[in-house]
Design a protein around this ligand. Structure first.
Ligand code: RB5
Length: 149
């Protein structure tokens, strides 16, 4: 049973401020923001934060995950190593919509050194309001899942 309104947020040290702003942004739109940190500004390792968020999505505790690092790339790579996770990095709203509609992405990654706060909010909104189209896209998502072994 997937908790339909819970979204886990995580980041490395580079993106703490934007992550917290996004948590507030989604909470104002009715989502439950499960912000698992970190909060300390010291340098930390993005793979463990990507993994922690991914595990909450993969387990069904959270419906979606939003993760951030400097580029969005490293933390996305870590999250995608967790079985059941489909995470894309987005720096535009079209991609954010399409990874839901065509790829049934369950996690979104954003680079704080790539996009500003306003665009990040729009990217998040595009991701959260889009719906998976199923059909031929479901076949392709099943092919991705088959690669997980
Ligand atoms: C940290 O300096 C940086 O490497 C990290 O935030 C991220 O961009 C890695 O992909």
């Amino acid at each position: 049973m997937i908790a339909s309104n819970r979204i886990v947020l995580s980041s490395d040290h580079a993106a703490i401020q934007l992550r917290q702003a996004i948590a507030t942004h989604i909470a104002e739109r009715g989502w439950v923001a499960v912000d698992i940190g970190p909060t300390a500004p010291e340098s930390t390792h993005y793979p463990k934060h990507g993994e922690a968020a991914a595990r909450l999505v993969a387990s069904g505790d959270c419906r979606f995950g939003i993760i951030l690092c400097g580029t969005g790339q490293g933390i996305m790579m870590a999250a995608n190593k967790v079985k059941g996770i489909r995470c894309g990095v987005c720096a535009d709203t079209f991609s954010a919509r399409m990874i839901r509609e065509h790829n049934d992405a369950n996690m979104l990654s954003i680079g704080v050194r790539v996009v500003g706060e306003g665009l990040a909010f729009d990217i998040v909104d595009a991701f959260l309001t889009a719906r998976f189209e199923g059909g031929r896209h479901a076949t392709r998502v099943e092919m991705i899942e088959a690669l997980e072994g």
